[in-house]
Design a protein around this ligand. Structure first.
Ligand code: HEC
Ligand code: HEC
Length: 386
Protein backbone atom coordinates (compact mmCIF):
# COMPACT_ATOMS: atom_id res chain seq x y z
CA UNK A 1 0.00 0.00 0.00
CA UNK A 2 1.30 3.42 -0.88
CA UNK A 3 1.95 5.97 1.83
CA UNK A 4 -0.72 8.49 0.81
CA UNK A 5 -3.32 5.75 1.07
CA UNK A 6 -2.04 4.76 4.54
CA UNK A 7 -2.28 8.38 5.62
CA UNK A 8 -5.85 8.63 4.33
CA UNK A 9 -6.87 5.52 6.24
CA UNK A 10 -4.96 6.90 9.23
CA UNK A 11 -6.94 10.12 9.07
CA UNK A 12 -10.17 8.13 9.08
CA UNK A 13 -8.94 6.29 12.19
CA UNK A 14 -7.95 9.57 13.81
CA UNK A 15 -11.45 10.95 13.21
CA UNK A 16 -13.32 7.71 13.98
CA UNK A 17 -15.85 7.92 16.80
CA UNK A 18 -15.56 4.66 18.75
CA UNK A 19 -18.65 3.06 20.27
CA UNK A 20 -19.31 0.68 23.17
CA UNK A 21 -19.02 -3.09 22.66
CA UNK A 22 -20.87 -5.14 21.66
CA UNK A 23 -22.15 -3.33 18.60
CA UNK A 24 -23.00 -4.16 15.01
CA UNK A 25 -19.78 -2.55 13.78
CA UNK A 26 -17.04 -4.66 15.32
CA UNK A 27 -14.32 -2.60 13.74
CA UNK A 28 -15.41 0.48 15.73
CA UNK A 29 -16.31 -0.89 19.12
CA UNK A 30 -14.61 -1.39 22.45
CA UNK A 31 -14.85 2.19 23.73
CA UNK A 32 -14.16 2.63 27.44
CA UNK A 33 -15.91 1.65 29.59
CA UNK A 34 -14.27 4.75 31.06
CA UNK A 35 -12.87 7.30 28.65
CA UNK A 36 -12.16 10.98 28.04
CA UNK A 37 -13.08 11.26 24.39
CA UNK A 38 -14.41 9.00 21.62
CA UNK A 39 -11.81 9.93 19.01
CA UNK A 40 -8.30 11.33 18.66
CA UNK A 41 -9.74 14.28 16.74
CA UNK A 42 -12.06 15.25 19.60
CA UNK A 43 -9.03 16.40 21.57
CA UNK A 44 -6.56 17.03 18.76
CA UNK A 45 -8.82 19.30 16.73
CA UNK A 46 -7.40 21.47 13.96
CA UNK A 47 -3.63 21.32 13.88
CA UNK A 48 -3.64 18.95 16.80
CA UNK A 49 -3.72 21.28 19.75
CA UNK A 50 -6.91 21.21 21.70
CA UNK A 51 -9.27 23.85 22.90
CA UNK A 52 -9.08 24.78 26.57
CA UNK A 53 -12.01 26.95 27.51
CA UNK A 54 -11.46 29.77 29.93
CA UNK A 55 -14.74 29.57 31.76
CA UNK A 56 -15.25 27.89 35.10
CA UNK A 57 -16.98 24.73 33.98
CA UNK A 58 -14.78 22.68 31.70
CA UNK A 59 -17.08 20.63 29.50
CA UNK A 60 -16.92 16.93 30.33
CA UNK A 61 -14.90 16.28 27.20
CA UNK A 62 -12.50 19.14 27.29
CA UNK A 63 -9.21 18.50 25.60
CA UNK A 64 -7.46 19.13 28.91
CA UNK A 65 -6.85 16.01 30.98
CA UNK A 66 -5.86 15.46 34.58
CA UNK A 67 -3.22 12.87 35.35
CA UNK A 68 -3.49 11.52 38.89
CA UNK A 69 -1.20 10.35 41.65
CA UNK A 70 2.18 11.01 40.07
CA UNK A 71 3.69 8.84 37.36
CA UNK A 72 2.49 5.58 38.95
CA UNK A 73 -1.14 6.70 38.99
CA UNK A 74 -3.71 6.53 41.78
CA UNK A 75 -4.46 2.98 43.03
CA UNK A 76 -8.22 3.67 42.91
CA UNK A 77 -8.65 5.84 39.80
CA UNK A 78 -5.66 4.96 37.68
CA UNK A 79 -3.41 7.23 35.65
CA UNK A 80 -6.00 9.76 34.54
CA UNK A 81 -9.42 11.05 35.57
CA UNK A 82 -11.88 9.72 32.99
CA UNK A 83 -14.68 12.21 32.64
CA UNK A 84 -16.99 10.05 30.51
CA UNK A 85 -18.31 6.48 30.50
CA UNK A 86 -20.39 4.15 28.31
CA UNK A 87 -23.99 3.33 29.25
CA UNK A 88 -24.31 1.53 32.57
CA UNK A 89 -21.07 2.98 33.91
CA UNK A 90 -20.38 6.16 35.80
CA UNK A 91 -17.62 8.58 34.82
CA UNK A 92 -14.96 8.96 37.49
CA UNK A 93 -15.77 12.61 37.93
CA UNK A 94 -15.91 16.10 36.52
CA UNK A 95 -13.49 19.00 36.65
CA UNK A 96 -14.11 22.69 37.17
CA UNK A 97 -11.52 25.42 37.09
CA UNK A 98 -11.07 28.93 38.34
CA UNK A 99 -8.40 31.38 37.29
CA UNK A 100 -6.07 32.74 39.91
CA UNK A 101 -3.95 35.81 39.34
CA UNK A 102 -0.44 34.87 40.24
CA UNK A 103 0.61 36.41 43.53
CA UNK A 104 4.19 35.49 42.71
CA UNK A 105 4.69 37.90 39.86
CA UNK A 106 7.21 40.34 41.18
CA UNK A 107 7.75 42.37 38.05
CA UNK A 108 4.51 44.12 37.41
CA UNK A 109 4.35 45.72 34.01
CA UNK A 110 3.75 43.43 31.07
CA UNK A 111 3.36 40.34 33.22
CA UNK A 112 1.15 41.90 35.85
CA UNK A 113 -1.87 39.84 34.98
CA UNK A 114 -0.34 36.42 34.78
CA UNK A 115 -3.11 33.99 35.65
CA UNK A 116 -3.31 30.25 36.02
CA UNK A 117 -6.09 27.72 36.36
CA UNK A 118 -6.73 25.92 39.63
CA UNK A 119 -8.78 22.77 39.27
CA UNK A 120 -11.48 21.31 41.49
CA UNK A 121 -12.38 17.64 41.18
CA UNK A 122 -15.94 16.44 41.66
CA UNK A 123 -15.50 12.70 42.10
CA UNK A 124 -18.31 10.18 41.66
CA UNK A 125 -16.86 7.96 44.39
CA UNK A 126 -17.63 9.88 47.57
CA UNK A 127 -15.21 7.71 49.50
CA UNK A 128 -12.22 9.32 47.76
CA UNK A 129 -11.09 12.67 49.12
CA UNK A 130 -10.09 14.85 46.15
CA UNK A 131 -7.86 16.93 48.39
CA UNK A 132 -5.61 13.91 48.81
CA UNK A 133 -5.06 13.43 45.08
CA UNK A 134 -1.94 14.72 43.37
CA UNK A 135 -2.98 16.09 39.98
CA UNK A 136 -1.10 17.07 36.85
CA UNK A 137 -3.09 19.04 34.28
CA UNK A 138 -2.08 18.56 30.64
CA UNK A 139 -3.50 20.28 27.64
CA UNK A 140 -3.54 18.65 24.26
CA UNK A 141 -0.38 19.66 22.40
CA UNK A 142 -0.09 20.44 18.71
CA UNK A 143 1.07 17.45 16.67
CA UNK A 144 3.54 19.40 14.55
CA UNK A 145 6.51 17.31 13.51
CA UNK A 146 5.83 14.37 15.83
CA UNK A 147 6.88 11.85 13.17
CA UNK A 148 10.24 13.64 12.86
CA UNK A 149 10.75 13.82 16.63
CA UNK A 150 10.20 10.04 16.63
CA UNK A 151 13.28 9.64 14.43
CA UNK A 152 15.77 11.46 16.66
CA UNK A 153 18.36 9.00 18.02
CA UNK A 154 18.19 8.19 21.73
CA UNK A 155 21.97 8.65 21.82
CA UNK A 156 21.70 12.20 20.49
CA UNK A 157 19.25 13.21 23.25
CA UNK A 158 21.39 11.48 25.88
CA UNK A 159 24.47 13.34 24.66
CA UNK A 160 22.84 16.64 25.63
CA UNK A 161 21.74 15.57 29.10
CA UNK A 162 23.44 17.18 32.08
CA UNK A 163 21.46 15.92 35.09
CA UNK A 164 23.98 17.13 37.68
CA UNK A 165 24.74 20.42 35.95
CA UNK A 166 28.41 19.56 35.50
CA UNK A 167 28.92 22.55 33.25
CA UNK A 168 27.60 24.86 35.99
CA UNK A 169 25.26 26.89 33.78
CA UNK A 170 22.36 26.48 36.23
CA UNK A 171 20.55 24.16 33.83
CA UNK A 172 20.31 20.43 34.51
CA UNK A 173 18.59 18.67 31.63
CA UNK A 174 17.44 15.15 32.38
CA UNK A 175 16.92 12.55 29.66
CA UNK A 176 13.97 10.49 30.83
CA UNK A 177 14.62 6.77 30.57
CA UNK A 178 11.36 4.88 30.08
CA UNK A 179 10.48 1.38 28.83
CA UNK A 180 11.55 1.23 25.21
CA UNK A 181 14.02 4.12 25.11
CA UNK A 182 14.42 7.80 25.89
CA UNK A 183 11.07 9.50 26.57
CA UNK A 184 10.32 12.44 24.29
CA UNK A 185 6.55 12.63 23.81
CA UNK A 186 4.12 14.27 26.21
CA UNK A 187 4.67 17.19 28.58
CA UNK A 188 6.85 15.03 30.81
CA UNK A 189 8.51 13.00 28.07
CA UNK A 190 6.66 9.90 29.23
CA UNK A 191 6.68 8.00 25.93
CA UNK A 192 9.69 7.13 23.76
CA UNK A 193 8.14 6.47 20.35
CA UNK A 194 5.11 7.51 18.38
CA UNK A 195 3.68 3.98 18.52
CA UNK A 196 3.91 4.01 22.33
CA UNK A 197 2.25 7.43 22.53
CA UNK A 198 -0.58 6.29 20.25
CA UNK A 199 -1.08 3.06 22.26
CA UNK A 200 -1.14 5.10 25.46
CA UNK A 201 -3.78 7.46 23.99
CA UNK A 202 -5.95 4.53 22.95
CA UNK A 203 -5.66 2.98 26.39
CA UNK A 204 -5.94 5.97 28.71
CA UNK A 205 -7.95 8.50 26.69
CA UNK A 206 -10.32 6.23 24.73
CA UNK A 207 -10.26 2.89 26.58
CA UNK A 208 -9.12 0.64 23.73
CA UNK A 209 -6.60 -2.20 23.74
CA UNK A 210 -3.55 -2.39 21.47
CA UNK A 211 -0.75 -4.97 21.21
CA UNK A 212 1.45 -2.60 23.28
CA UNK A 213 -1.29 -2.16 25.92
CA UNK A 214 -3.49 -5.25 25.69
CA UNK A 215 -5.81 -4.56 28.63
CA UNK A 216 -9.29 -4.09 27.08
CA UNK A 217 -10.51 -1.95 29.95
CA UNK A 218 -7.98 0.82 29.45
CA UNK A 219 -7.21 2.73 32.64
CA UNK A 220 -9.52 0.72 34.99
CA UNK A 221 -7.69 -0.22 38.20
CA UNK A 222 -7.85 -3.57 40.00
CA UNK A 223 -10.32 -1.93 42.40
CA UNK A 224 -12.67 -0.92 39.56
CA UNK A 225 -13.94 -4.48 39.12
CA UNK A 226 -17.12 -3.78 37.11
CA UNK A 227 -15.06 -1.70 34.71
CA UNK A 228 -12.60 -4.56 34.28
CA UNK A 229 -15.42 -7.01 33.59
CA UNK A 230 -17.04 -4.94 30.81
CA UNK A 231 -17.34 -6.64 27.40
CA UNK A 232 -14.37 -6.14 25.08
CA UNK A 233 -14.58 -5.14 21.43
CA UNK A 234 -12.22 -7.92 20.35
CA UNK A 235 -12.14 -11.71 20.53
CA UNK A 236 -10.02 -13.24 23.32
CA UNK A 237 -6.35 -13.01 22.41
CA UNK A 238 -6.94 -10.15 19.99
CA UNK A 239 -6.91 -6.43 20.57
CA UNK A 240 -9.44 -3.75 19.66
CA UNK A 241 -6.79 -1.78 17.79
CA UNK A 242 -4.18 -3.60 15.68
CA UNK A 243 -0.55 -2.77 14.87
CA UNK A 244 -1.62 -2.08 11.28
CA UNK A 245 -4.03 0.59 12.50
CA UNK A 246 -1.26 2.18 14.57
CA UNK A 247 1.01 2.19 11.51
CA UNK A 248 -1.70 3.97 9.48
CA UNK A 249 -2.15 6.56 12.24
CA UNK A 250 1.61 7.10 12.27
CA UNK A 251 1.48 7.63 8.49
CA UNK A 252 -1.23 10.24 9.00
CA UNK A 253 0.81 11.97 11.72
CA UNK A 254 3.63 12.35 9.16
CA UNK A 255 1.40 14.87 7.42
CA UNK A 256 1.59 17.25 10.41
CA UNK A 257 4.72 18.82 8.94
CA UNK A 258 6.49 21.78 10.44
CA UNK A 259 7.06 24.83 8.28
CA UNK A 260 10.33 24.84 6.42
CA UNK A 261 13.01 26.03 8.82
CA UNK A 262 13.69 29.67 8.12
CA UNK A 263 17.23 30.94 8.34
CA UNK A 264 17.97 32.08 11.89
CA UNK A 265 18.93 35.51 10.71
CA UNK A 266 17.63 38.65 12.31
CA UNK A 267 17.73 40.35 15.69
CA UNK A 268 15.11 38.11 17.31
CA UNK A 269 17.00 34.91 16.54
CA UNK A 270 20.26 36.42 17.80
CA UNK A 271 18.66 37.63 21.03
CA UNK A 272 16.98 34.23 21.53
CA UNK A 273 20.46 32.73 21.68
CA UNK A 274 22.08 35.55 23.66
CA UNK A 275 19.61 35.62 26.54
CA UNK A 276 19.85 31.85 26.96
CA UNK A 277 16.63 30.51 25.46
CA UNK A 278 18.54 28.19 23.13
CA UNK A 279 20.20 26.49 26.12
CA UNK A 280 17.01 24.39 26.37
CA UNK A 281 15.17 25.23 23.16
CA UNK A 282 17.94 23.77 20.99
CA UNK A 283 17.25 24.83 17.47
CA UNK A 284 18.47 22.01 15.30
CA UNK A 285 18.77 18.26 15.12
CA UNK A 286 20.19 16.05 12.39
CA UNK A 287 18.18 13.04 11.31
CA UNK A 288 19.36 10.15 9.18
CA UNK A 289 17.17 9.75 6.11
CA UNK A 290 17.14 7.33 3.17
CA UNK A 291 18.44 10.08 0.92
CA UNK A 292 21.09 11.24 3.40
CA UNK A 293 21.04 13.26 6.61
CA UNK A 294 18.73 16.23 6.95
CA UNK A 295 18.10 18.92 9.54
CA UNK A 296 14.98 19.67 11.52
CA UNK A 297 14.36 22.70 13.75
CA UNK A 298 12.06 21.77 16.65
CA UNK A 299 13.69 24.12 19.19
CA UNK A 300 13.79 21.59 22.03
CA UNK A 301 16.45 19.48 23.73
CA UNK A 302 13.75 16.90 24.66
CA UNK A 303 15.10 16.94 28.21
CA UNK A 304 13.24 17.56 31.47
CA UNK A 305 13.78 20.81 33.34
CA UNK A 306 12.59 22.23 36.66
CA UNK A 307 10.90 25.50 35.76
CA UNK A 308 10.15 26.45 39.34
CA UNK A 309 7.27 26.12 41.79
CA UNK A 310 5.00 28.43 39.80
CA UNK A 311 4.74 25.87 37.00
CA UNK A 312 4.90 22.80 39.29
CA UNK A 313 2.06 20.31 39.50
CA UNK A 314 -0.59 21.12 42.09
CA UNK A 315 -0.20 19.15 45.29
CA UNK A 316 2.15 16.76 43.57
CA UNK A 317 5.33 15.53 45.13
CA UNK A 318 7.88 13.18 43.69
CA UNK A 319 10.81 13.66 41.39
CA UNK A 320 8.83 14.80 38.35
CA UNK A 321 6.39 17.24 39.97
CA UNK A 322 8.32 20.27 38.75
CA UNK A 323 9.95 18.78 35.67
CA UNK A 324 8.72 19.48 32.16
CA UNK A 325 10.01 18.55 28.73
CA UNK A 326 11.26 21.60 26.87
CA UNK A 327 8.27 22.40 24.69
CA UNK A 328 9.17 22.28 20.98
CA UNK A 329 8.59 25.74 19.52
CA UNK A 330 7.85 24.81 15.93
CA UNK A 331 4.20 25.48 15.57
CA UNK A 332 1.82 26.64 12.97
CA UNK A 333 1.43 30.38 13.20
CA UNK A 334 -1.10 31.37 15.79
CA UNK A 335 -1.06 27.97 17.48
CA UNK A 336 -1.91 28.31 21.12
CA UNK A 337 -4.53 30.93 20.34
CA UNK A 338 -7.36 28.60 21.25
CA UNK A 339 -5.60 26.40 23.73
CA UNK A 340 -3.30 28.79 25.52
CA UNK A 341 0.38 27.96 25.91
CA UNK A 342 2.30 25.91 28.50
CA UNK A 343 1.24 22.52 29.85
CA UNK A 344 -2.12 23.64 31.21
CA UNK A 345 -2.85 26.36 28.68
CA UNK A 346 -2.45 29.13 31.25
CA UNK A 347 -0.49 31.56 29.06
CA UNK A 348 -2.56 33.57 26.62
CA UNK A 349 0.41 34.97 24.72
CA UNK A 350 4.03 34.13 23.99
CA UNK A 351 5.06 36.93 26.34
CA UNK A 352 3.08 35.40 29.21
CA UNK A 353 4.52 31.96 28.47
CA UNK A 354 8.05 33.35 28.78
CA UNK A 355 7.26 35.27 31.98
CA UNK A 356 6.11 32.02 33.63
CA UNK A 357 9.58 30.49 33.15
CA UNK A 358 11.35 30.14 36.52
CA UNK A 359 13.71 27.65 38.15
CA UNK A 360 16.38 26.62 35.65
CA UNK A 361 15.02 29.19 33.22
CA UNK A 362 14.98 32.04 35.71
CA UNK A 363 18.11 33.63 34.29
CA UNK A 364 16.80 33.57 30.75
CA UNK A 365 13.51 35.13 31.87
CA UNK A 366 15.32 37.83 33.82
CA UNK A 367 17.41 38.68 30.78
CA UNK A 368 14.30 38.72 28.60
CA UNK A 369 12.67 41.18 31.00
CA UNK A 370 15.73 43.37 30.95
CA UNK A 371 15.57 43.76 27.16
CA UNK A 372 14.31 46.97 25.65
CA UNK A 373 10.72 46.93 24.44
CA UNK A 374 11.94 46.75 20.82
CA UNK A 375 14.20 43.79 21.55
CA UNK A 376 11.43 41.92 23.38
CA UNK A 377 9.20 42.44 20.37
CA UNK A 378 11.96 41.09 18.12
CA UNK A 379 12.11 37.88 20.18
CA UNK A 380 8.32 37.49 20.03
CA UNK A 381 8.22 38.08 16.28
CA UNK A 382 10.98 35.52 15.83
CA UNK A 383 8.96 32.95 17.82
CA UNK A 384 5.99 33.58 15.53
CA UNK A 385 8.09 32.57 12.52
CA UNK A 386 9.03 29.11 13.84
C1 HEC B 1 -8.69 13.14 25.88
C2 HEC B 1 -7.93 13.93 24.93
C3 HEC B 1 -7.00 13.19 23.99
C4 HEC B 1 -7.28 12.18 23.10
C5 HEC B 1 -8.61 11.48 22.86
C6 HEC B 1 -6.04 11.89 22.40
N1 HEC B 1 -5.04 12.71 22.85
FE1 HEC B 1 -3.15 12.76 22.15
N2 HEC B 1 -2.63 13.97 23.68
C7 HEC B 1 -3.49 14.49 24.62
C8 HEC B 1 -2.74 15.08 25.70
C9 HEC B 1 -3.32 15.73 26.95
C10 HEC B 1 -1.37 14.88 25.39
C11 HEC B 1 -0.17 15.22 26.28
C12 HEC B 1 0.02 13.98 27.15
C13 HEC B 1 1.05 14.06 28.24
O1 HEC B 1 1.64 15.09 28.46
O2 HEC B 1 1.29 13.04 28.88
C14 HEC B 1 -1.34 14.20 24.10
C15 HEC B 1 -0.17 13.88 23.40
C16 HEC B 1 -0.15 13.29 22.16
C17 HEC B 1 1.04 13.13 21.34
C18 HEC B 1 2.45 13.61 21.70
C19 HEC B 1 2.67 15.05 21.28
C20 HEC B 1 3.95 15.63 21.79
O3 HEC B 1 4.25 16.78 21.46
O4 HEC B 1 4.68 14.99 22.56
C21 HEC B 1 0.65 12.47 20.20
C22 HEC B 1 1.54 12.06 19.04
C23 HEC B 1 -0.77 12.19 20.33
N3 HEC B 1 -1.22 12.72 21.51
C24 HEC B 1 -1.53 11.49 19.40
C25 HEC B 1 -2.83 11.05 19.67
C26 HEC B 1 -3.54 10.06 18.87
C27 HEC B 1 -3.01 9.40 17.62
C28 HEC B 1 -4.75 9.87 19.47
C29 HEC B 1 -5.85 8.87 19.11
C30 HEC B 1 -5.45 7.47 19.17
C31 HEC B 1 -4.81 10.77 20.62
N4 HEC B 1 -3.62 11.44 20.70
C32 HEC B 1 -5.90 10.89 21.44
C33 HEC B 1 -4.87 14.45 24.55
C34 HEC B 1 -5.58 13.51 23.83
C1 HEC C 1 15.78 25.70 31.44
C2 HEC C 1 15.21 25.40 30.16
C3 HEC C 1 14.46 26.49 29.42
C4 HEC C 1 14.90 27.76 29.08
C5 HEC C 1 16.24 28.38 29.41
C6 HEC C 1 13.83 28.37 28.36
N1 HEC C 1 12.77 27.51 28.24
FE1 HEC C 1 11.00 27.87 27.28
N2 HEC C 1 10.26 26.11 27.98
C7 HEC C 1 10.95 25.21 28.71
C8 HEC C 1 10.05 24.16 29.19
C9 HEC C 1 10.44 22.99 30.06
C10 HEC C 1 8.76 24.51 28.70
C11 HEC C 1 7.43 23.79 29.00
C12 HEC C 1 6.93 24.31 30.36
C13 HEC C 1 5.49 24.02 30.70
O1 HEC C 1 4.70 23.77 29.80
O2 HEC C 1 5.14 24.09 31.88
C14 HEC C 1 8.94 25.74 27.93
C15 HEC C 1 7.91 26.39 27.24
C16 HEC C 1 8.09 27.50 26.44
C17 HEC C 1 7.06 28.12 25.63
C18 HEC C 1 5.62 27.63 25.50
C19 HEC C 1 5.49 26.64 24.36
C20 HEC C 1 4.15 25.95 24.29
O3 HEC C 1 3.88 25.34 23.24
O4 HEC C 1 3.38 25.94 25.25
C21 HEC C 1 7.63 29.20 25.00
C22 HEC C 1 6.95 30.14 24.03
C23 HEC C 1 9.01 29.27 25.44
N3 HEC C 1 9.25 28.22 26.31
C24 HEC C 1 9.93 30.23 25.04
C25 HEC C 1 11.15 30.46 25.68
C26 HEC C 1 11.98 31.64 25.49
C27 HEC C 1 11.68 32.78 24.55
C28 HEC C 1 13.06 31.50 26.31
C29 HEC C 1 14.17 32.50 26.58
C30 HEC C 1 13.74 33.72 27.23
C31 HEC C 1 12.93 30.20 26.99
N4 HEC C 1 11.75 29.62 26.59
C32 HEC C 1 13.87 29.67 27.85
C33 HEC C 1 12.32 25.23 29.01
C34 HEC C 1 13.12 26.36 28.88
Amino acid sequence: MGEPLDAAVGKALFDKLWVAAPSSTHSSDGLGPLFNARSCATCHAGHGEGIVPRDASLPAQSSLVLRLGGEAGDPRLGLQLQTAAIGGFEAEGAITQRLVISPANPAGGAGARLSRPVFTLHLSDAAIDPAGLAISARRTPALTGVALIDRIDDAAILAGADPDDRDGDGISGIARAVDGGVGRFGWKAGEPHLADQIASAFSIDIGLSTPLRPEASGDCTALQTACRAAPAGAAPGETEVTDTMIAMLSAYLQTFRPRAASGDAGAGARLFGEIGCAACHWPRWTIAGDAGDFEIAPYSDFLLHDLGAGLGDDAATGPLAREWRTAPLWRTKGAGARSGLLHDGRALSLDEAILWHGGEADRARTRYRALSEDDRQAVLIFLETL
